[in-house]
Design a protein around this ligand. Sequence first.
Ligand SMILES: Cc1cc2nc3c(=O)[nH]c(=O)nc-3n(C[C@H](O)[C@H](O)[C@H](O)COP(=O)(O)O)c2cc1C
Length: 174
Amino acid sequence: MPSQVEPEALRTAMSRFPTAVTVVTAIGPSGPAGATANAVASLSLEPPMMLACLDLGSRTLVAVEHGRAFGINVLAAGQAELARRFSTKDPHPQKWDGVRWGERAGVPMIHGALVWLACELREVHDGGDHVIATGPVIELEATDGDPLIFHRGEYQPLAAATPPSSRPAGPAAR
Ligand SMILES: Cc1cc2nc3c(=O)[nH]c(=O)nc-3n(C[C@H](O)[C@H](O)[C@H](O)COP(=O)(O)O)c2cc1C
């Protein structure tokens, strides 16, 4: 059955779905590439695998396929500027200008990111106007701190959850 849903309706509906914000990175033929991405998830624990959905027009996808590897950098609360910068179509050297990063396990690792994962590119599945890149996690680093959140089209800090002691008692509290 053909979809009755307009792309803009899906975009608006899913803007209610808060997500963390990552920069997916790779080393392409002419250096580091990176795209802001929230369509990222852990896929498998045994073996450890991740997935990243990349637009068919993403230059970072070209770099991922070139390097056969991708990095996932989960941004910290104070890194909204990086999220904005990596969501542009600026030339890649310009995107990376002034960014503190290093190459590890064949992918760029952005300094100050909350979590960094290096993945080997295993498969690229069709996903409409995106592809789903999957692969095993080769290395990771995780630090404590607050993530950057994308909600209703804006970057926001994580709002504090209501502490359990101040929640009204109910079936869920038993
Ligand atoms: C909050 C946010 C989330 C995004 N998530 C994705 C995503 O999951 N996958 C994707 O391909 N593009 C995503 N984009 C769009 C890319 O960041 C954008 O197309 C970017 O210019 C791609 O850069 P590139 O061509 O250098 O790879 C997102 C943009 C924003 C602002």
